[in-house]
Design a binder for this molecule. Structure first.
Ligand SMILES: Cc1cc2nc3c(=O)[nH]c(=O)nc-3n(C[C@H](O)[C@H](O)[C@H](O)COP(=O)(O)O)c2cc1C
Length: 189
């Protein structure tokens, strides 16, 4: 027996409430990253971003987008490098800190200086140290394409952002068709 799940439909005619678009986008869960950079002169930039995505394996490229309203915009562009820090389940406080405008978001935060001066945060699940390959205009955001120069990764559970909330990921039963993608998907991630 199949049930039809009620769906809300909104035509994006220029008059729509951007809340509706955000509601729909929020149905796509993501991980949470803190993207860091060192601007010329040494000012450290950092912001929480869930727009991070894999782009290419060969060459190794990733992408993310930054709001044009962001205080970090000019610093990250000028830095020419950035580091993507993938957060763990227990790091929602770090996500909150880097999503809140502050004079020095790095105060009391453990990090090491990575390639191009980008801060690599302590105890993250993975990091991607990148050189900015290109930037692309994307409406009210600027898209960054990064060439990955160095990766680090460990074991553990990622922090998940879903419908405006922090969550944890629960794996499906091992051995089920849904969980066993080996041999089917050999693409990105
Ligand atoms: C889970 C989460 C994901 C976010 N993703 C992005 C993103 O991908 N791009 C972006 O520009 N802002 C994103 N933000 C908002 C920024 O983190 C926030 O606006 C921050 O204050 C920007 O810092 P700045 O203005 O000091 O540069 C996100 C916030 C949260 C909580």
């Amino acid at each position: 027996m199949s049930h039809t799940v009620p769906m809300k439909q909104v035509l994006l005619d220029g008059q729509h409430d951007s809340r509706e678009l955000r509601n729909a986008l929020g149905r796509f869960p993501t991980g949470v990253t803190v993207i860091t950079a060192s601007a010329p002169g040494g000012k450290l930039e950092g912001l929480t971003a869930n727009s991070f995505s894999a782009l290419s394996l060969d060459p190794p490229l990733v992408l993310w987008s930054l709001s044009r309203k962001s205080q970090s915009l000019s610093g990250v562009v000028a830095a020419g490098h950035f580091a993507i820090n993938v957060l763990r389940t227990g790091q929602s406080d770090l996500s909150h800190r880097f999503a809140t405008p502050h004079e020095n978001k790095f105060e009391g935060v453990k990090f090491e200086t990575g390639l191009g001066g980008s801060p690599v945060l302590g105890d993250v699940l993975a990091s991607f140290e990148c050189k900015t390959e290109s930037t692309i205009e994307g409406g009210d955001h600027l898209l960054f394409v990064g060439r990955v120069l160095r990766i680090s990764y460990g074991e553990g559970d990622p922090l998940i952002f879903n419908s405006g909330r922090y969550c944890t990921a629960v794996s499906l039963r091992t051995g089920s068709a849904e969980s066993d993608l080996n041999g089917i998907w050999v693409g990105l991630g």
